[in-house]
Design a protein around this ligand. Structure first.
Ligand code: SAM
Length: 261
């Protein structure tokens, strides 16, 4: 039974980290004039409206993308800001692009998009928002294993579960090892929450052992509301595009201003 809906959290600080890094990766990767594949295991609906009751109720976007914009964390020509501006031009001032829409904007003709989303309503909305993508209303892990290595062979996979199913923490390292074995050139980007319980720690320890060259990027932030258990978010990146560390350092500096005493 799936109860997680990303509209409650769209545009929050975790999305800012994930979407800025995703946009930077794809921007680096599309500098080369060779086609690529984008695969996403947990896609969501791709287009959000931050005046939706659910988003207003949590107020997370106000603490996230609104703060990043007010503080000019990203230059207007940063790929994340370009996609945000294009999305708002096309869909209104409160629109916010999810990761599939960010990818679609940055990819070129000849690149391929494969998007898995299990929730029936989210999958319908995803098909509607992304008519030219391959949308799979199936388990994202199974889908990813069945379509790797993709054609074109260069590419990026985003793994962005909600961690509603606690076993995700224990199954993800072996899933990523299988994907990497089938697709050794693929860039793999895993998102995870940093909770007060530190539930992510054993998973990241295992990933560091399996992928000693993997990049781990973690940011801290104040909880969205009192008692909220998420106090940061992380990305583990396998085969990170060359030069990404520059962008990661800048993002770390911006987030550090939120928790500085
Ligand atoms: C965190 S949200 C995705 C947000 C999106 N990646 C973004 O950044 O815009 C996770 C999504 O995964 C979906 N989901 C949950 N379990 C799934 C599974 N086993 N396979 C595919 N999708 C799943 C949920 O319905 C939800 O829409």
């Amino acid at each position: 039974m799936l109860s997680y809906q990303h509209i409650f959290h769209a545009g929050n600080l975790a999305d800012v980290q994930k979407h800025a890094v995703l946009a930077a990766c794809l921007s680096y990767m599309t500098q080369k004039d060779k086609p690529l594949s984008y695969i996403e295991t947990h896609s969501g609906r791709a287009l959000y409206h931050l005046d939706d009751d659910a988003a207003v109720k949590t107020g997370e976007a106000q603490q996230g993308i609104d703060v990043a914009q007010a503080k000019a964390w990203f230059a207007p020509d940063h790929p994340y800001m370009r996609v945000l501006a294009d999305t708002r031009k096309a869909h209104g001032a409160t629109a916010y692009p999810g990761s599939p829409m960010i990818a679609e904007h940055l990819l070129r003709d000849g690149d391929a998009l494969h998007l898995a989303e299990l929730h029936p309503q989210e999958a319908d909305a995803l098909r509607y928002a992304m008519p030219s993508a391959h949308v799979y209303q199936r388990d994202g892990f199974e889908t990813a294993l069945s379509i790797t290595p993709p054609t074109p062979r260069r590419g990026l996979m985003l793994i962005d579960p909600s961690y509603e199913i606690k076993s995700d923490y224990t199954t993800i390292p072996s899933f990523m090892a299988k994907i990497n074995k089938k697709w050794n050139v693929g860039v793999i980007v895993l998102w995870y929450p940093i909770l007060t319980s530190k539930a992510h720690a054993p998973m990241i320890d295992e990933l560091k052992r399996s992928f000693p060259d993997g990049k781990c990027h973690e940011v801290g932030f104040p909880p969205a509301r009192e008692g909220h258990r998420m106090i940061g978010s992380g990305l583990f990146i396998v085969n990170a595009p060359f030069g990404l560390h520059v962008e990661l350092n800048k993002i770390s500096q911006r987030f550090a201003t939120l928790t500085k005493k």
